[in-house]
Design a protein around this ligand. Sequence first.
Ligand SMILES: *[C@@H]1O[C@H](CO)[C@@H](O)[C@H](O)[C@H]1NC(C)=O
Ligand SMILES: *[C@@H]1O[C@H](CO)[C@@H](O)[C@H](O)[C@H]1NC(C)=O
Ligand SMILES: *[C@@H]1O[C@H](CO)[C@@H](O)[C@H](O)[C@H]1NC(C)=O
Ligand SMILES: *[C@@H]1O[C@H](CO)[C@@H](O)[C@H](O)[C@H]1NC(C)=O
Ligand SMILES: *[C@@H]1O[C@H](CO)[C@@H](O)[C@H](O)[C@H]1NC(C)=O
Ligand SMILES: *[C@@H]1O[C@H](CO)[C@@H](O)[C@H](O)[C@H]1NC(C)=O
Ligand SMILES: *[C@@H]1O[C@H](CO)[C@@H](O)[C@H](O)[C@H]1NC(C)=O
Ligand SMILES: *[C@@H]1O[C@H](CO)[C@@H](O)[C@H](O)[C@H]1NC(C)=O
Length: 347
Amino acid sequence: MLSVKLAAAVLACLPAAIASATFGTWTNDDCTGDYFEVTANGGCFSDNSGDSPYSDPEKRKDCAPVHTIYNFPNGTWVENLAVRSSGNILVTLDTAPEVWEIHPTNYSASLVHTFPNATSTMGITEIKPDYFAVVVGNFSLATFLGTKGSWNVVDANFLNGLTTQPHAASNVLVADANQGVIFEVNISTGTSRVLIDDPALKPNETTQASVGSIHSRGDYLYFTNSFASPVLGRFTLAENGTAMGPAETIVSKPNYPTLLGGWANDFALDANGNAFIATDTSNSLVRAAPSGELIIVAGGVNSTVVEGDTSAAFGRTSRDSKTLYLTAHGDSGYPGKVLAVDVAAYS
Ligand SMILES: *[C@@H]1O[C@H](CO)[C@@H](O)[C@H](O)[C@H]1NC(C)=O
Ligand SMILES: *[C@@H]1O[C@H](CO)[C@@H](O)[C@H](O)[C@H]1NC(C)=O
Ligand SMILES: *[C@@H]1O[C@H](CO)[C@@H](O)[C@H](O)[C@H]1NC(C)=O
Ligand SMILES: *[C@@H]1O[C@H](CO)[C@@H](O)[C@H](O)[C@H]1NC(C)=O
Ligand SMILES: *[C@@H]1O[C@H](CO)[C@@H](O)[C@H](O)[C@H]1NC(C)=O
Ligand SMILES: *[C@@H]1O[C@H](CO)[C@@H](O)[C@H](O)[C@H]1NC(C)=O
Ligand SMILES: *[C@@H]1O[C@H](CO)[C@@H](O)[C@H](O)[C@H]1NC(C)=O
Ligand SMILES: *[C@@H]1O[C@H](CO)[C@@H](O)[C@H](O)[C@H]1NC(C)=O
């Protein structure tokens, strides 16, 4: 265990400042071209047959409708998101040290903040009402390695997922996706320590990246490991904030088709404990039930519908509480995106 006092704030905190908005009505036109059929292997693929899921209850039931909220310029890697109580969406970018706010009612975006002296923003989480902590540092998409020394957590290599510590409001938990450990950071002091160092968080023998994403819920800390088993698991956190015992496996390995070894990036938990996992290079949105049962909700390895999805978060207003917002990376030449998926039939 390490305890290090830092010279500067560990994470940048953004006071959010945009007025609230109501969620727009979706029309069939919004979804033109965005419709899917369930294939024999359980994947959901855009079929381009001209039908709309809204006019075909069977298709709508079997496959979640997806529409685009916002396209970033080509080559923008959109990494993570957090939804404000107003309904607007804050997103982070691997390809610029910026946080953007997306307005899902009018499909516009505004730059909230640019951080100096860094290349990327990563995890983002609300630490008190409308106050967000963001992971900022240097990261290379070419190598999937972070730059040691670019994060104010001095022992960190590549900080990625960020969440609150359920047993200490002053602290956040942040995953190091190169070292495969979870740090606990005191936001007021910048002090950090390794909270969890467990085999379940480690990279596999051929990849540099491991535990990408973490979310606390009650006494549990859920995580995904992008390239190694378990793909989804959780720890129980004791009242004193430490992990009680080793990781509990929820999903050992994917049974959905994967591409480029990508098993899971970030995920969102619904009220029933289902985890909706963005599978990144595997181009799908997958639901993991608490039992570990997996189904594909949208996309598939050969589909562009949710291509490159990096993270997921539920809407927070009465109009979009069954809407899952996804970020998607724009790899060479493609636009990074924010998408909305209607998961009412799945959640
Ligand atoms: C979109 O709505 C937000 C309020 O949520 C407003 O601030 C912004 O100016 C609007 N943008 C456009 C292009 O209408
Ligand atoms: C930029 O970051 C490096 C490494 O963290 C630090 O040594 C340097 O002082 C920073 N420069 C500025 C202008 O903040
Ligand atoms: C991080 O990236 C910024 C912007 O490219 C650069 O100025 C800074 O030196 C880098 N920091 C480290 C520790 O490499
Ligand atoms: C975080 O640091 C503040 C300021 O020193 C302290 O009051 C608080 O107790 C610390 N939180 C924890 C959980 O140790
Ligand atoms: C935290 O609580 C757990 C469970 O009660 C206990 O086993 C552990 O020793 C405690 N750790 C510290 C540092 O107090
Ligand atoms: C490690 O990752 C590689 C690349 O994604 C994959 O092909 C391999 O099956 C993984 N190994 C294990 C043991 O999971
Ligand atoms: C994806 O497309 C490739 C090439 O056409 C094909 O071999 C593969 O079976 C397809 N995968 C699925 C899950 O349909
Ligand atoms: C963005 O990339 C796509 C795919 O390569 C291409 O079709 C589109 O024309 C590009 N858009 C711009 C503005 O360069």
